[in-house]
Design a protein around this ligand. Structure first.
Ligand code: FBP
Length: 336
């Protein structure tokens, strides 16, 4: 038996990859590395609960509304508890802003990092076994370490993110993140409980054939959006909409496509939250060669003014988003 055929390597684990990247920075303290590991750990636990949710009493409504006025699902609350606890116990996070909590959650005051998180994205798909996700953004605080975390520490532009990513609980579970040096994807190897590098330096095709939008809102979209959708149809493009932002974004980043969540009559500022949905995916999109805008400006240039503020979101393949934005311009010139 040829020994070289035995014990073949399984690949680079997330822990090892983070360590390798950390070693590239002489000034690295290991704090961000530990924080990323904390998120990965909570992600594995949530993955276990999502996978078994049909067997456990964690499906259905929690019976309370979150700060957005949305009915909280039990798994929303479970995921919020898991990530907050892991970040607390990991000891590298001074505060968290979560979709499920009204105010800042103060954790370890002697730390430098702040996390904005959507613990479980795609709530409408939780109980029906359709892909859902977790989305996170990481910032360095502005206020002095040791003191109480201030609003300004959280209300930072997306350009100030030091890292961002998502976990996709799909047919396989993936963790995808960036620290501003490319986008890297890791697939969970359940039998050893490790995220293993499966997609290094992910790039988003500049063009594609997929458009993702909830057309059920067609008649409450601005005229330019309706014209763009009609144009997609005239071109025979493929409509794909899962209703879980992470899953729709991930597919389009892999295959080429555009995701649109415009403002509507019901949601005049859009539905998605700037701090813990739009900014994180905008950072990933741009790091993979894509584009993210609110129709007027680059998502990551928007100065946040509130923890749970919403924004229209158009992101994905650069040529497709740029083309869609030509409809905005046409619409504005019609008005003026
Ligand atoms: P949450 O589930 O975290 O609230 O996220 C919002 C979201 O579910 C996105 O994942 C998804 O893209 C969008 O809302 C679906 O909205 P709609 O049902 O209006 O199309």
């Amino acid at each position: 038996m040829n020994k070289s055929k035995l014990g073949l390597p399984i690949g680079t684990t997330l822990d090892r990859f983070i360590k390798q990247k950390e070693d590239e920075f002489s000034s690295a303290t290991g704090e961000l590395s530990q924080l990323l590991r904390d998120i990965a750990l909570a992600g594995k636990i949530v993955n276990k609960e999502v996978n078994k949710s049909g067997l456990l009493d964690i499906t259905g409504g929690f019976g309370e509304k979150n700060v957005q006025g949305e009915d909280q699902q039990k798994l929303d609350v479970v995921a919020d508890i898991r990530f907050t606890r892991a970040l607390k116990n990991g000891g590298m996070t001074c505060a968290v802003v979560s979709e499920e909590e009204q105010e800042i959650i103060h954790l370890n005051p002697n730390c430098r990092y702040v996390v904005a998180i959507d613990p479980l994205d795609g709530s409408s798909n939780i109980d029906v076994n359709v892909s859902i996700g977790t989305i996170f953004s990481i910032y360095k605080r502005i206020s002095p370490v040791g003191g109480p975390v201030q609003e300004e520490d959280v209300l930072q532009k997306g350009t100030e993110q030091v890292a961002a990513g998502y976990i996709l609980y799909g047919s396989s579970t993936m963790l995808v993140y960036t620290t501003g040096r490319g986008v890297h994807g890791f697939t969970l190897e359940p039998s050893i409980g490790e995220f293993v590098l499966s997609h290094d330096h992910m790039t988003c095709p500049t063009d594609g054939n997929i458009y993702s939008i909830n057309e059920g809102n067609y008649f409450s979209f601005d005229e330019w959006v309706r014209e763009y959708i009609d144009d997609c149809k005239k071109k025979g493009m493929t409509a794909r909409y899962i209703g879980s932002l992470v899953a729709d974004f991930h597919r389009n980043m892999m295959k080429g496509g555009i995701y649109l969540y415009p403002n509507t009559e019901k949601a005049p500022n859009g539905k998605l939250r700037l701090l813990y949905e739009c900014n994180a995916l905008a950072f990933i999109a741009e790091q993979s060669g894509g584009v993210a805008t609110n129709g007027k400006e680059r998502i990551m240039d928007i100065q946040p003014t509130a923890f749970h503020q919403r924004s229209p979101l158009y992101l994905g393949s650069s040529k497709m988003v740029d083309y869609a934005m030509t409809f905005v311009k046409a619409d504005i010139s019609d008005v003026s």
